[in-house]
Design a protein around this ligand. Structure first.
Ligand code: NOJ
Length: 566
């Protein structure tokens, strides 16, 4: 065999294997035709803060690799890592200066490959964060773009003349404060940035941008990435005529006038691009998760695509924004997402929002409430995305002084807006200094609560938040009604207790959650659901929960997950 034909046979074999792998990833994993990501539990990692393998105060990829066993044991099937590409770190990685590499602070591409391999050993897939809307202002594309009006990359970004001397092209405001336009004296034009000025928006109307970005996605799929979380997708396109946005009454935390982002967000072209990204993803059996801020279920529905050809997993942030323990409001939200034409995706935390421990806690029953919320969203029909530390009841540790703030919006918006440092503090592993995250002072301080709320201590306490999460996740992975069953709201007039049934082919699980500070005794008649005369058997329960026939006594914020035995 000549060298050339040998090489082409190897190439063919490789492509067949790759094809097989891609196919294997898109094969349904159960009788319901579910894909792997529908039965999976996702876990968001902020890499600066998860585990610091080289003890320099900032987490890294080898740190993540070293915790794969922990993640597997917890019941995590896929981790989404927020951006770890080379970056000046103005927005802690969301300002990328090279899409096809790893920032030295986090490791190397070789470390990345090891992490993928470690993940495979532990059955944990890797999801990368993809930032299509903007690059860093230090990205070579932007450096070239700003160098002259005729540079090769000029039209990769959005450059315009001002309205007049010292006047930006229109009234658009950056989400992070001030005008969304920055004047650049080199070429006497303004460039557009929806976020920080160091994050210039790419011009998605230029086909070269699309080609480069789709190519990058495919490059990572070939490196073993199982999907992407797409950042700020609603901001990809703007009105080319640059009409002003309508101004609303009042000011925001940054002191800017409130504005309806009518002419710079949510353009229909976003969906055309998502369809193209989905095509590339499908070739590798990958999954696309969306950072999809919407205010109605109908808007969320659009992100699945008319033929299910856009995002498999647009995140339902309307659920996360319910900040009160209100069964009525939750029923409403769940009914809304259930009416959409795609698979629900639930989150209660992320790196941009105050932690749920603070948001839902009443100061007296915080741990019970943390368990209640875990038992709640992890037993809904849909895929949950956890946020690191949620499983041990990590709380926000907001900066106390302006000079300690790392997140730029916390400095410009102080004291109204303290920034997002508080929800990004180091993972609390044990009772050692810095919570075992690092032997040196970490980039953000750990809160004093690390002494009681950490992995090591909670692992030994059968009644801890961590052990409740583990029990629920174990059940979720093995129970057909929780994996594949429908969702039916129960006792819909109850304003204190949230109850629902998950049922599948004659099997069912009942979940009842006391969202109030008073003891409650919900009773259940399941005849209408086809389970008349069925008996309940507790599977997971809070210490004070008691089952008597079809009545369940729940202490304040108590919970029970019960099997329905026909
Ligand atoms: C959304 C990300 O979640 C946030 O952290 C970031 O600052 C902005 N997009 C800009 O990329």
């Amino acid at each position: 065999m000549s060298m050339r034909s040998w090489l082409s046979s190897v190439a063919l074999l490789f492509s067949l294997l790759c094809g097989f792998f891609a196919q294997a990833q898109t094969q349904p994993v159960d009788a319901e035709g579910h894909q792997w990501w529908q039965n999976a539990v996702f876990y968001e990692i902020y890499p600066r803060s998860f585990a610091d393998s080289d003890n320099n105060g900032v987490g890294d990829l080898n740190g993540i690799s070293s915790k794969m066993g922990y993640l597997r044991d917890l019941g995590v099937d896929a981790i989404w890592i927020t951006p770890c590409y080379p970056s000046p770190q103005v927005d802690f990685g969301y300002d990328i200066s090279d899409y096809e590499n790893i920032d030295l602070m986090y490791g190397t591409l070789a470390d990345f490959d090891h992490m993928v391999a470690d993940g495979k050993k532990h059955d944990v897939r890797i999801i990368m964060d993809f930032v299509p809307n903007h690059t860093s202002d230090k990205h070579p594309w932007f450096l070239d773009s700003k160098s002259s009006r005729t540079s090769a990359h000029r039209d990769w970004y959005i450059w315009r003349d001002g309205k007049g001397p010292g006047q930006p092209p229109n009234n658009w405001i950056s989400l992070f404060g001030g005008s969304a336009w920055k004047f650049d004296p080199t070429t006497n034009q303004y460039y557009y940035h929806f976020f920080y000025a160091q994050q210039p928006d790419l011009n998605w109307r230029n086909p070269a941008v699309e080609t480069a970005m789709l190519g990058t996605m495919s490059w990572w799929y070939q490196r073993g990435v199982a999907g992407f979380r797409l950042d700020a997708v609603d901001t990809l396109f703007e009105d080319p005529a640059l009409h002003d946005n309508p101004v609303l009454p009042g000011k925001n935390a940054q002191g800017d006038p409130n504005m309806e982002n009518k002419n710079n967000t949510n353009f229909p072209e976003v969906h055309t691009e998502l369809q193209k990204m989905r095509k590339v993803a499908d070739e590798s059996g990958a999954v696309l998760i969306g950072e999809t801020w919407t205010s109605t279920a109908a808007e969320l529905d659009c992100y699945y695509g008319r033929n299910g050809n856009e995002l498999q997993m647009p995140m339902d942030f309307m659920f996360m924004m319910v900040d009160k323990l209100s069964p009525r409001e939750y029923r409403r939200q769940i009914a809304a997402v259930e009416s959409a034409h795609g698979w629900p995706v639930f989150v209660i935390n992320n790196h941009d929002r105050e932690r749920s421990y603070n948001r839902y806690g009443d100061g007296k029953h915080n741990d019970e409430i943390a368990k209640l919320m875990g038992a709640f969203y992890l037993t809904l029909r849909g895929t949950p995305i956890m946020y690191y530390g949620e499983e041990i009841g990590m709380r926000n540790n907001d900066p106390k002084r302006r000079e300690d703030v790392k997140d730029p919006i916390g400095r410009t918006g102080w004291p109204k807006e303290k920034g997002r440092d508080g929800e990004r503090t180091p993972m609390q592993w044990n009772t050692e200094p810095n919570a075992g995250f690092s032997t040196v002072k970490p980039w953000l301080p750990v809160p004093p609560s690390y002494r009681t709320h950490n992995v090591e201590t909670e692992s030994k306490d059968p009644n801890s938040i961590l052990n409740l999460y583990k029990k629920v996740l174990t059940l979720r992975h093995s129970n057909e009604a929780l994996l594949d069953g429908s969702y039916t709201a129960l006792n819909e007039n109850d304003t204190h207790v949230m109850s629902y049934l998950r049922s599948y082919k004659g099997k069912a699980v009942l979940v009842t959650l006391n969202m109030s500070a008073t003891p409650e005794k919900p009773a259940f008649d399941l005849a209408k659901q086809g389970f008349g005369g069925a008996k309940l058997k507790a599977l997971i329960a809070s210490p004070g929960a008691l089952l008597q026939g079809n009545r369940i006594t729940l202490e304040p914020f108590g919970l029970m997950i019960a099997e329905v035995k026909p």
